[in-house]
Design a protein around this ligand. Sequence first.
Ligand code: SAH
Length: 243
Amino acid sequence: MNVNTLSKDKDPMGAAIYDFHANGKAGKLRVLSSQFDEDEIPVKTLFRSLSQMPILEKEALKLATGKILDVGGGSGCHSLALQEMNKEVHAIDISPLSVETMKLRGVKNVELANLFDAQFADTFDTILMLMNGSGIIGELSNMPAFFMKIKQLLNPGGSVLLDSSDLKYLFEDEDGSFLIDLAGDYYGEVDFKMVYKDVEGDQFDWLYIDFQTLNLYAAEYGFEAELIKEGNHYNYLAKLTLK
Ligand code: SAH
């Protein structure tokens, strides 16, 4: 598992975020994958305000209590909304340009850090992982490391709030049956690479996980998984609490 942070010359999303903050607009943030057609993230959506956020994110912000960790803060949209609510939040990101932008935008506690780095060892009451936050886990084989890490970071009674999607709809046949190769890799394991202007990032693994599978792993590692709310497109918000 990668425990590093990015260098500025390999930080396309950070470059887009920095650019948008500085100029009020940004170019195309391209998303490449070996499994999907090329896509694009509208950079403006990374700057969404509370009222523009999807309902699952609003719910997560409402439920977040105590000392909160915003994992992969990006532009700082969730941290800023939490600060507005007078909640205590700490943001981390592996993207140096995102961290710089968060500071410029007024996020009070920001750190350039990788969730999985052993050096990162503070404790929190709520850990937020939003915008398909399970992605940061990378692949299913990282589940043990993920649960071990959150066990270390959570205060007694604390919980992780994360959103994800069940990608099974991508494999649905016209007759409603699912074409999933059960002997292959888990269908929610994808790879991405981002490109912004002339900045090209390295390829990374990103995990989409259905609630059933998350629940199985959680139980195995001593956590209770609760389905808080479902979205309207195979997506959901879950809460993980140590049993
Ligand atoms: N939460 C933000 C950004 C989501 S994009 C939003 O909802 O708009 C995912 C973010 O996670 C990126 O900024 C990326 O740099 C960061 N990230 C990816 N892996 C990480 C890790 N291991 N530790 C901390 N941050 C990570």
